[in-house]
Design a protein around this ligand. Sequence first.
Ligand SMILES: Nc1ncnc2c1ncn2[C@@H]1O[C@H](COP(=O)(O)OP(=O)(O)OP(=O)(O)O)[C@@H](O)[C@H]1O
Ligand SMILES: [Mg+2]
Length: 462
Amino acid sequence: MAISNDKHAVIWTRTKDGPLKMVDLIVTPQQTRFSYTREFIDYDASYSDKHLAGGVSLLAPPQQYKTEQVTYAAKDSIPLYPRLMSMLPARNENNIQRRLYTRLLEKSDSPPKPGLDTDWEILLLSAHNGIGHLDVFRDDLVAEHYYHDSGQRHLLTSRSAYWKQIQAEIQNTVCDIDSAELLDAFGPTPSVGGMIPKILVAIPDTSHWQGEFASPGTAEVDGVKYVDVILKIEPIGYEGVLALEAHCLELHQQLGFEVPPFWLSEIDGMRVLAVKRFDRSEQGCPIPMESFYSVFAIGDKYFQSNADTNLQELAYRIARIGKVANLDVRATQQELYKRLLVALFTGNGDLHLENLSFLGGAEQVKLAPVYDPAPMRAWSRHNTRFAVPLIFDDKVGGLRENMIKLGEAYQYTKKQAENLIEELAEKTKDYVFKIETLENVPEQNKTLLMKTVKAEREKLVL
Ligand SMILES: Nc1ncnc2c1ncn2[C@@H]1O[C@H](COP(=O)(O)OP(=O)(O)OP(=O)(O)O)[C@@H](O)[C@H]1O
Ligand SMILES: [Mg+2]
């Protein structure tokens, strides 16, 4: 008898009325298949706040599919349904969470094979209470235990084994913790993608944060209100990146963009940046959130990477999402075009498709607020103009003329695009001077960033 290689799991979500099963899921080396439960379809239809409603992906709306099966054909570069892939810690050896989960699995009784099997086990270990509203479990029993125990799970503090282990990984020191302890500390913790080490915690909602933190979802400690944040920890090799990111978050705020509150601080000698999560409602309910990358990779079988399009085509892809989801296409395109211009004026070459997301489900969705606007061009190995390329046409002119031309795809007239460039040039003119005054950023990175930004300004402004 052939042994089936099918993998089974379930996805649940947390509503204001409690946890609810969303889908049954099957993954094979060839495809991902899932179908919504009747309870979920009915509950989803009854939401009064449509922003909170939403299925596994914007392109798998429950009210359209109902109980019909959703299928995705695996490809080499993206073997799992892309929305699930985005819940895995990044596949690079510097990713702390991947390192720790892999180590845990290697020590288990039957370690999974490298590749899809390992990814699958990491997903089951860590894909709950992460970014967005999907919680993945091996089966319903595990889900029920998880929600039942969530009130009494270990409390996170800077003295917990979890934090000590993160600290040891970042500082490259040895932390003497055995695998049972490691499982206890990391088993229930969600993982987050991206390059910079980060964890999900709650911190006091006060203006002067001293580095205290607690488990995500904590609403209050000793009468002080807490908020859920994503906590980024500065890694060796990227000194100054968090100060630069905070500087750019502040600039976006001043320019009128929607930006989450943030706090720059130090914990145990490590520099950290906490950013308030916008994928949680004021009541703590998870809000669906999906990266552009996930949406495009689900909708397009040829899509391979988080920069696999060009800026003009990106505008048309957004317009196509507007045909299946309730999205204000024009507002989204125009907002994105402004972000692209600010990226040029600040030296943020890293606006790839995982640094842009949709917030909300298919029935009421919008562009997520600004996140990760770090000016990565301060590092020579990241010094590219745009992660998603601008198709440059010399016949149109230089950078200025090509950006103005690009504005058409984003529903701006030539005159409006020219005015925007003028306005943003004026409002960002002190940016380079402020970079110079930043503490904790190495001189060579400041110099490269200032030089790069000045050169771009010269090409953009008449
Ligand atoms: N304020 C926020 N609220 C909710 N989700 C967020 C927030 N900020 C970031 N995220 C999510 O966390 C992920 C990682 O965060 P972020 O992009 O800031 O980190 P990064 O490691 O610097 O990424 P990169 O690899 O692009 O440099 C994002 O892709 C996004 O899904
Ligand atoms: Mg990012």
